[in-house]
Design a protein around this ligand. Structure first.
Ligand code: GRG
Length: 305
């Protein structure tokens, strides 16, 4: 049952909650990642350069929020949340490489290959990915069975044929030709939404959610992932380099298919509103306090970075 404060209580302070969880995640990442003085110094310095460059920590915060909604203590969720951020950061480092998106700015700083060099950036990404799975495999507060489930979940979401690597491959291949709205949605389902769905599911799995609950969480997070991508496309047009911490306008310059380029800006906003409503409608079907998950959907709809 939803609590009475869920139904009628004061508005939830999402910013305060985000800041608190952000600090918790950064503290844990600092403990989990090798120090800069550990050999090979170049790789560990590059890892920390990219991880602590000031990302929003959206995926690990979503994992914590979903897990807590189903009754798990943050301490039990933290290692997996950090693993997810490691995978996300590896994907950003590799996405920025000259052979992929060829970007010079990320999270308000020179990208990893610009600050160090290409080989170091590739190795930093590779190492972040293996550190992520090592972190989960060695998390002693979780049962062996749960650790295996979580590793499987993240491998599917980050890999191929139904995860982020597949989405990135489809995206690169689509750069040289016209893309339908259906294809665009499929690319983003894999490239962006898969990891966001995994974040919510991993939190729910750690908390011991039932299969129907997991299914509802997946539907909510699938809409959230789509919403995240639509707002990302819109921000590429409307936001400043200072707000984004990366170069805006790249999609248009690369003549990339995006929600605004295929639907138009106004229709992309309408699509975002609809997807947001669908995410919130799923939450109504979940019989546990979901106020914070709703606040996250509101934040993604209105975000300016
Ligand atoms: C290299 C296998 C591989 C995949 C790359 C992450 C990615 C896939 C591409 C980045 C391109 C992009 C803009 C994707 C859209 C959604 C996205 C991942 C945005 C960046 O995530 P944020 O906004 O970044 O959460 P911060 O820095 O806040 O963590």
């Amino acid at each position: 049952m939803k609590t009475s404060s869920e139904l009628s209580g004061p508005a939830f302070d999402l910013k305060g909650f985000f800041n608190e969880r952000h600090a918790l995640i950064d503290g844990a990442l600092d403990r989990l990642l090798p120090g800069e003085s550990v050999d090979p110094v170049s790789v560990h310095t590059a890892i920390r350069w990219s991880v602590f460059a000031g990302g929003k920590r959206f995926r690990p915060i979503l994992l914590l929020t979903t897990g807590e909604a189903f009754g798990a203590h943050p301490e039990k969720l933290l290692a997996t949340a950090c693993a997810l951020e490691m995978i996300h950061t590896y994907s950003l480092i590799h996405d920025d490489l000259p052979s992929m998106d060829d970007d010079e700015l990320r999270r308000g700083r020179p990208t990893c290959h610009i600050r160090f060099n290409e080989a170091t950036a590739i190795l930093a990404g590779d190492a972040l990915q293996t550190l992520a799975f090592q972190t989960i495999a060695e998390e002693s507060s979780l049962s062996t069975e749960k650790r295996v489930l979580l590793v499987s979940e993240l491998c599917r979401a980050a890999g191929t044929p139904l995860g982020m690597v597949a989405g990135q491959a489809h995206d690169l291949e689509a750069e040289s030709r016209a893309v339908t709205t259906g294809e665009l949605e499929q690319i983003h389902r894999l490239k962006t939404a898969a990891l966001i769905i995994a974040a919510a599911r991993c939190g729910a799995i750690i908390a011991g959610a039932t299969d129907p609950e997991l299914e509802a969480v997946s539907r909510y997070a699938a809409q959230l992932g789509l919403l995240f991508q639509i707002t990302d496309d819109l921000l590429d047009i409307t936001a400043t380099v200072e707000a984004l911490g990366k170069t805006p306008g790249k999609d248009a310059r690369a003549q990339k298919a995006t929600y605004p380029s295929l639907y138009g800006i106004e229709a992309a906003h309408q699509r975002a509103d609809l997807v947001h409503q669908e995410a919130c409608a799923v939450l109504e079907q979940i019989d546990t306090p979901t106020e914070r998950l709703r606040a996250i959907a509101d934040y993604i709809l209105k975000r300016d970075a």
